[in-house]
Design a protein around this ligand. Sequence first.
Ligand SMILES: Cc1cc2nc3c(=O)[nH]c(=O)nc-3n(C[C@H](O)[C@H](O)[C@H](O)COP(=O)(O)O)c2cc1C
Length: 168
Amino acid sequence: MIDPVKLLNFLKGRRSIRAYHDKPIDDKELKMILEAGRWTPSASNRQPWEFIVIRNKEILQKLAKILSYGRFMKEVPIAIAIVAKMKTSPKWYLIDTSLVSMNMMLMAWSLGIGTCWIGAMNREKAKEILGLRDNDHFLTILPFGYIKGEIPEPTARKPLEKIVKYIE
Ligand SMILES: Cc1cc2nc3c(=O)[nH]c(=O)nc-3n(C[C@H](O)[C@H](O)[C@H](O)COP(=O)(O)O)c2cc1C
């Protein structure tokens, strides 16, 4: 088991990273990120997902253009598109694949690799660029790169008193 205090500090220390070195990601590290995704829990263990690893610069440039705030996708060495297979788990595909993204982000952070969840984009165009099918839901594309510059300051979080209710 992991030391719980270390784990909590690790979770608190993670930041969304939006500037990356152009240096390629080590293959062993990429494999660990993919494994972290593969070992995500899912409803009835249906694993309704597919991961597309994109290193092709042309495709990365095309994707950067259809993201609302994702210009940083242009400079990233690698990105993983997380695709949900809607038919495999019609009720839970969004939750299952969202959990995949968190597992991958945390694995990356432990390796000193930055990433950022990308939500704002034209998903239909993204699907077109990657040749996805009608039953595929394009959840997100996570850019992965070694962190360039300073790690950003922590973003604010609501205090526990505001978000927790106890029923004794
Ligand atoms: C569902 C979701 C969608 C997001 N979409 C974007 C996005 O489109 N572009 C972006 O730069 N950051 C995006 N983010 C990153 C958030 O802005 C970031 O996680 C939040 O500000 C907290 O900062 P932190 O991750 O450094 O703790 C998204 C995060 C989540 C969870």
